[in-house]
Design a protein around this ligand. Structure first.
Ligand SMILES: [Zn+2]
Ligand SMILES: [Zn+2]
Length: 222
């Protein structure tokens, strides 16, 4: 559940990184090249699996609604029962006691896991444009999974980065901060969007048909 995607986009002069992973290992150490061209980090939303490495970036954009969570992160845990408790949902049957399948090094202590505060340099709202890559990306406010969830839309390529709003698998719309009415409005918007490719926060990239299928399936639920 916490294995999330980091999308690294290389522009002419600067790079854009979308989401920062869980923060189990330092990104600077593991992917030093990602920091060479003054990257702008864009956070799709502030759940632990997307902001763990955020504090390593100097330039961070996040929706205004969740900027305070980046500055003052709430409690998090890699202990399954504790984490599900924080999220406000039941632990699924047969879940392992730890969210971590492997430790990065023998001395790693999962009980010491936490989120380091990060400083947003840009507070986003619906309709904002990010021009760091040369080709602009539009910020779409897509609340539902969380109040400040965003998608990023590259009009020219018709690429959509969706965070946890859209991915293959069970969408989380009952966790703390989620709002099903908002999610329905978001799915209405996304089901009508012209896309050529979708880059979600979890799992593989998706084609245009999958975006519409996932959104329409959500909307057809009573
Ligand atoms: Zn999330
Ligand atoms: Zn996630």
């Amino acid at each position: 559940m916490l294995r999330s995607n980091i999308w690294w986009l290389q522009g002419q002069d600067r790079d854009v990184v979308i989401d920062a992973g869980l923060g189990i290992v330092p990104l600077h150490r593991e992917i030093p090249r990602m920091f060479e061209r003054d990257p702008l980090l864009i956070i799709t939303h502030t759940h632990l699996d997307h902001v763990g490495g955020a504090h390593e970036f100097k330039d961070i954009a996040v929706h205004d609604e969740e900027a305070h969570i980046l500055i003052t992160p709430g409690p998090v845990s890699l202990d399954t029962h504790t984490l599900y408790g924080i999220l406000g949902i039941d632990v699924p049957p047969n879940e392992e006691p730890s969210m971590l399948r492997r430790v990065p090094n023998p001395g790693y202590d999962p009980t010491q896991y936490g989120l380091a505060p990060a400083t947003p340099t840009r507070r986003l709202k619906d309709g904002d444009e990010i021009t760091t890559l040369g080709t602009p990306m539009e910020v779409l406010a897509t609340p539902g999974h969380s109040p400040g969830s965003i998608c990023l839309y590259d009009h020219q390529r018709r690429w959509l980065f969706t965070g946890d709003t859209i991915y293959q698998g069970q969408l989380l719309d009952t966790i703390h901060g989620a709002d099903q009415a908002d999610y329905r409005r978001t799915m209405n918007l996304l089901s009508r969007l012209e896309v050529s490719a979708v880059f979600p926060g979890h799992g593989p990239g998706l084609g245009p048909g999958s975006l519409k299928t996932i959104a329409d399936n959500y909307l057809s639920r009573s």
